[in-house]
Ligand binder design. Structure first.
Ligand code: 13P
Length: 253
């Protein structure tokens, strides 16, 4: 389901994949999209090292670009980190924050994710804030509670439908080939929409794009994207090959 203010978004999160040779996949995707007008925005989120080159590659296309993480601060003694302002310079217009792999691998708390989302906003980037439960949490009946906690803890002041996108990514669905049922997706997305209503008002919340992520493939994209309150996808593995990613975008053609 969509709304008229912002089109759905199909975003590819390349994670720690991609070298210069991978720009050919972006070019192949541009070729696949040539002359087509999907009813969704399309975005690629390569690793930091490819942002400038990817920005050049996508310059004449309709494909937007995002980064996968940022540091909360604008500058400073933070070896190995990248500021949101640096990302904005590459031509990126968005930044993923709070991906479960960062929450797990780097122990990122809701508080830190919120600071990163604030940094993205400060730099003029759309923050794509990821939330999602583990299988243990789901089996303990805590799915909605966990997603509420992460949403409330990670959403910065001033978040609105123009500067913020939520990605619901059940941790147990990421890279596993397992996806929730459409009823389960509808339940969590509807819950997130309702919680957003409490945080920013129902009118604004109705416009926020809520992406589903976790084992989205060409074979299941149409079904998942048709679920109420699903406004696009955040795609990992299947975004690495232009043909697969295009097969997902086709849900909006
Ligand atoms: P997969 O599509 O590989 O399951 O990854 C989903 C994801 O984590 C996107 O951010």
């Amino acid at each position: 389901m969509s709304n008229t203010t912002f089109p759905p978004l199909v975003a590819g999160n390349w994670k720690m994949n991609g070298t210069l040779a991978s720009l050919d996949e972006a070019k192949a995707l541009m070729a696949r999209l040539d002359g087509k007008t999907p009813a969704c925005d399309v975005m690629l989120c390569p690793p930091f090292t490819l942002l400038f080159k990817m920005g050049e590659t996508l310059a004449d296309s309709t494909i937007a670009m995002g980064a996968q993480d940022c540091h909360p601060k604008e500058t400073g003694a933070h070896t190995g980190d990248i500021a949101a302002e640096m990302i904005a310079e590459t031509g990126a217009t968005a930044c993923i924050v709070g991906h479960s792999e960062r929450r797990t691998d780097h122990g990122e708390s809701n508080e830190l994710v919120k600071a990163k989302a604030e940094a993205a906003h400060r730099a003029g980037l759309v923050a794509i804030i990821c939330i999602g439960e583990t299988i243990d949490q789901r089996e303990a009946g805590r799915t909605l509670q966990v997603n509420t906690e992460q949403l409330k803890g990670s959403l910065p002041e001033g978040a609105n439908a123009a500067n913020t996108i939520i990605a619901y990514e059940p941790v147990w669905a990421i890279g596993t080939g397992h996806t929730p049922t459409t009823d389960q997706v509808a339940e969590v997305h509807g819950h997130i929409r309702a919680e957003l209503g409490g945080l920013m008002g129902a009118e604004e919340a109705a416009k926020v794009r809520i992406l589903y992520g976790g084992s989205v493939k060409p074979a299941n994209a149409q079904e998942l994207m048709a679920v109420e309150n699903v406004n696009g996808a955040l795609v990992g593995g299947a975004s690495l090959k232009a043909d697969d990613f295009f097969g997902i975008i086709e849900a909006y053609l």
